[in-house]
Structures are given as structure tokens and as C-alpha cells.
Design a protein around this ligand. Structure first.
Ligand code: ZN
Length: 402
């Protein structure tokens, strides 16, 4: 039996989604399974009732993406997917308001042969999908994100004019970007989850900044939600950020020691470990099913090019100030200033830095990051650095105008 897959038309809400948005109409049931039958992969998902869904493939890496409206995954065992040699790994989680997503990494190019929602049993709807081998070329031709999904996440290109430079008189608009979230938890180590810890730290830092009366603070996420990297940049541009600070505490990659590090954007990474970190962040988007091929890295236009030329040294100066501020009361990495191609630092007109507060995989760093006293000192160091930077940056702008 051959059925064309069902595509649902709908209006999407805001880009972010929290787990509790999924006041789930349907739940996944035990009895979901995947099996290889000859060349074919057969996938059956049982749920308490039929819900709108869509299924598509994405390339680089090859993924099958399944979205469900209002489906609670609790109870789905990832081990089910070990039964197929064609599926490398699986993750599930909320991805947009009302929609939850399953992403399967494919070992080879496969095409969706059939996708069929069987609602004959009123207590257990079954989504049956069969995948057949296909050529690399055919796979690539079919691999793309449904257009309504692309539109939902705002792109930086919506905002053509560069932001006016801050004057040192305040208020300084600071966008704090707690890394990861939702379907992408980031590093996890000994019960500490990067996405959670960075949200906690961002809220504490927000509080400390607000108390000065000098800052306006906006967070790119305020809950455990998935936000694509490009959307984080767009949020910053939409609110007219003077400064963008991405907050992370990743797992240690080989060749890195512990301690805090400040990153700024560069095409060439300062070392292999930094390059790996930047790739890992992009990979978070990929695993969540974001189609990076549809995104423009660069906000086009001469004005933006000029803005970037002006912004780069301002970001560098901000990063240097942060090293000063943080090293007053926290332990820094032996080489605390590094560079890599982090996508989240690509706003051409906003000084942007990424702070690795430490590495969650290092017991020493983890002990610091999970200690409220340490976090308070770190936040105060960042506050002082921002005030120092804003003054020096405004003085530099006055010098330029003379
Ligand atoms: Zn991270």
C-alpha cells in the first residue's frame, strides 16, 4: 500500500517552545518499533490518538525529521531504534509552540516510501513509515525544511540598518544568551546540565546588571526551550542590543585545560579545540533539525560590511575587558582569549562575545559553576567589565568623530 504523506497547514506561534506548552493531546505508547526488513526500514509509532504530523529529510548530516502536533514522548525508549542498522541515533523534544520533534540520524541515503497514519484502533493510532534506499543525488534533491518552518524563525536579514553606537550614557542594552535548551541540552555531566546552568547564571547576571540602573537586559530564552542560533542573533538585533553575550559551559574537548575563556568571532579558529567547540554548537542546531543550508551567515549590504569592520575591534575590546573583570575573582584558563567561528557571534553590528564559564565535564569547573557564591563573583566581574568597556568604547567613538 502506498500513501502520500500527509502535510498539515497551520499557523505557527512564536519561535520558542517550552515543554509545558505541549499540553499533550496524545501520548506515545509502548509498542513503537523500528526494524530492517531486507533493504527497507519499517518504523511504527503507536500513540493514544492520531495527531497532525509531518515528515521530511535533511542533509549534512542525513536526517529523518518527524514533527507531531501535541505529542508527549514520555515513555518512548531510544533503545527501540537500536534495532535498525540504518539509524545511528535518535533524539526527541519540543521544537516549536505546540510541535514536538523526533530527529533520526541516518547511516545512508533513504527516501520516505510511505507514511501513513492508521487510526483504525481508536485507542492506539499507528504512524507507519517505510524508508527505502535511494541515491545520494535523489536524497540531496529531496532534503529540505518545509517552508512554513523556515519562516517561523526570524532571520537577521529582516533588519537592514545597523544599530547606532552606544554613547556611554546608558542604558546599555545587554542581550544575554543562555546556550542550548529544549531538544538540545548541551553538555551534561554528573547531574549538571549546561542548558539549565546557563539559564540560572543568565538570570542571576541579569539581576546583578539591573541593580546598577545602568543596563537594560534581554534574555534570548527564559525557559528550557530550543532556540536556533540564528534566532538568538535576530533577537539581539530586534531589541537593539548594544552588547551580545552568549553563555556556555561545554564539555571539555581534547586539548583544552579548565578555567573560563572568552571567545570572539574569527574565520580561523585559534586552535583545533576551539574549532571543535564551534562545530559542536552548530551540531546542536543540526540535531534539532534546523536546516542550516537555508540560512545566510552574513547580513548582506554595504552598510553591514562597514558595521562589521567597526564592530570587530569593539568585540575584541569587550572580550579583553571581560578577561580583566572575570580574572579579578574567578579562575581563568591559562589562555583566556580565544577565537572561533561561532555562528551565534555573527551579528555584524553588535559587539558579541561567547563566555565559556568553564567546562562542565571538569570536576573543578563543575564545582565552581554549580556554586552560587562563585556564580555571583563571576557575574559581578562581568558587570564591572561591561561598565569599563562601555566607557572606553564611547571614548573611542568620540575619538573617531574628531
Ligand atoms: Zn555550549
Amino acid at each position: 500500500m502506498r500513501t502520500i504523506c500527509l502535510i498539515i497547514f497551520f499557523v505557527l506561534g512564536s519561535g520558542a517552545v517550552r515543554s509545558e506548552d505541549l499540553s499533550a493531546l496524545a501520548r506515545i505508547l509502548p509498542g513503537s518499533l523500528v526494524s530492517d526488513v531486507g533493504d527497507t526500514v519499517e518504523l511504527t509509532l503507536s500513540m493514544t490518538q492520531g495527531v497532525p504530523y509531518r515528515v521530511f529529510v535533511l542533509d549534512s548530516p542525513k536526517r529523518l525529521v518527524l514533527d507531531f502536533n501535541e505529542l508527549d514522548w514520555t515513555g518512548l525508549s531510544a533503545e527501540v531504534f537500536d534495532l535498525s542498522d540504518n539509524i545511528a541515533s535518535v533524539r526527541t523534544g519540543p521544537v516549536q509552540a505546540g510541535w514536538s520533534r523526533m530527529v533520526m540520524d541516518l547511516e545512508k541515503p533513504l527516501k520516505i516510501e510511505t507514511a501513513w497514519l492508521d487510526t483504525a484502533d481508536p485507542l492506539a493510532a499507528k504512524l507507519r513509515i517505510t524508508l527505502h534506499p535511494t541515491s545520494e543525488r535523489e536524497f540531496v534533491a529531496k532534503a529540505r525544511m518545509p517552508p512554513e518552518l523556515r519562516e517561523n524563525w526570524p532571520v537577521a536579514a529582516d533588519l537592514p540598518n545597523p544599530k547606532r553606537r552606544q554613547t556611554g550614557d546608558g542604558p546599555l542594552v545587554v542581550v544575554l544568551d543562555p546556550g542550548h535548551g529544549g531538544i538540545d541540552p548541551g553538555a551534561e555531566s554528573d547531574g549538571a546540565v549546561e542548558a539549565e546552568m546557563m539559564l540560572i547564571f543568565a538570570r542571576e547576571l541579569e539581576e546583578i546588571l539591573l541593580r546598577t540602573g545602568y543596563f537594560k537586559v534581554v534574555l534570548t530564552r527564559t525557559e528550557d526551550v530550543f532556540v536556533p542560533l540564528e534566532t538568538r542573533v535576530s533577537v539581539a538585533r530586534k531589541v537593539g542590543a548594544d552588547v551580545f553575550i552568549s553563555l556556555h559551559a561545554d564539555a571539555l574537548v581534547e586539548g583544552r585545560a579548565t578555567g573560563a575563556t572568552i571567545y570572539t568571532l574569527a574565520e580561523e579558529a585559534s586552535d583545533a579545540a576551539s574549532q571543535k567547540l564551534a562545530e559542536r554548537h552548530d551540531r546542536g542546531d543540526l540535531l534539532a533539525g534546523v536546516d542550516l543550508s537555508a540560512q545566510d551567515d552574513v547580513v548582506a549590504g554595504v552598510l553591514m560590511e562597514m558595521a562589521r569592520i567597526e564592530t570587530t575591534p569593539r568585540s575584541e575590546m569587550l572580550a579583553d575587558a571581560l578577561v580583566q573583570g572575570l580574572s579579578k575573582n574567578t579562575r581563568m584558563h591559562k589562555r583566556p582569549r580565544l577565537w572561533a567561528g561561532f555562528s551565534v557571534l555573527k551579528a555584524p553590528d553588535i559587539p558579541s562575545v561567547l563566555i565559556e564559564l568553564g567546562f562542565l565535564s571538569s570536576p573543578r569547573d563543575r564545582a565552581r559553576i554549580t556554586d552560587p557564591g562563585w556564580r555571583k563573583s563571576a557575574a559581578e566581574g562581568i558587570r564591572d567589565a561591561l561598565i569599563d568597556w562601555a566607557e572606553a568604547d564611547a571614548a573611542a567613538a568620540r575619538g573617531l568623530r574628531k
